[in-house]
Ligand binder design. Sequence first.
Ligand SMILES: Cc1cc2nc3c(=O)[nH]c(=O)nc-3n(C[C@H](O)[C@H](O)[C@H](O)COP(=O)(O)OP(=O)(O)OC[C@H]3O[C@@H](n4cnc5c(N)ncnc54)[C@H](O)[C@@H]3O)c2cc1C
Length: 286
Amino acid sequence: MKSPAFEYMRAESIAAAMTAYAEADGDAVYLSGGHSVVPSLALRLQAPALMVDLSEIPTLSGISLEGEWLRIGAMTRHVQAITDPLINKYAPLFSAAAPYVAHPAIRNRGTLGGSLAHADPASEFPAVAVAIRTELEIASPTGIRRVPADEFFLDIYETAIAPGEILQAIYIPVPVAGQVIGFDEIARRRGDYAMVGAAVQAVMTDSIVTDMSISLFSVGDRPTRAASAEVALQGRVIDNASIADAQAALSDDLSPTDDPQFPAHMRVLLARVLLGRVLSNLKVVA
Ligand SMILES: Cc1cc2nc3c(=O)[nH]c(=O)nc-3n(C[C@H](O)[C@H](O)[C@H](O)COP(=O)(O)OP(=O)(O)OC[C@H]3O[C@@H](n4cnc5c(N)ncnc54)[C@H](O)[C@@H]3O)c2cc1C
């Protein structure tokens, strides 16, 4: 199937993009890497009158340290999460997750901003953004605001970005001493969307967990913080006993629904297995 005809405009600034969107009375769509929006047009899930290409807007590019934050421009490609030295050093959980996202051709075009704005609950990067407590910078016609990742993802394919607004950048707090990370997923084949995935960041002081952040994906309508599992690990060493308690606590954190692929209880079971695997293989990054 081919998409219906639409007008195309390549914006040179955020303001120009938002003006074009407004002049189309909202019957428009933004384009970043195109690996989610173009298939949805081809499948005729949407048929906008105008496509506004964001890829040449300078303020959406660039990766830089700003004090205690790493700023990643929304147009940063998936592959840069693997190759960029600043992301490797200051946002290593993005680097750990990136090889699991699709395949090289998609990672070469797909953008971090596009993945977060698209908010697929089975996607890797949204879960990482929640686990490492990023803040998302959103431009609107009235100004710029930063939204914590915990408040950014609202539902399936729904975020705090209002129609016409643009995600500009991702802000990541730089790692602190004792920080450890872990990432893994269970998928039928490498590159497929995950059946269940887990992104973990923690701070260990003298082998004791002083801060724990667990974000699971493909288990609900958005990335899911496993708050009870986090509490089960807080103030403890990570060993078989504390891991077993965290795995058991997942029953309180997760309430997936049955779907044509799996019954809900199977997804919880997979999440338990995966969490145990990730907690047993945490890697020191600072
Ligand atoms: C075969 C295939 C396999 C895939 N497998 C995976 C996978 O395993 N894991 C995974 O996470 N993803 C997967 N993807 C999706 C891929 O990662 C997409 O590239 C990504 O989800 C969207 O990024 P994009 O830059 O392509 O965004 P686009 O497709 O350009 O845009 C996606 C949506 O976000 C909006 N948008 C884009 N940028 C902005 C912005 N800056 N501000 C506001 N709105 C914006 C667009 O209007 C659109 O609605 C797969 C895609 C394909 C085709």
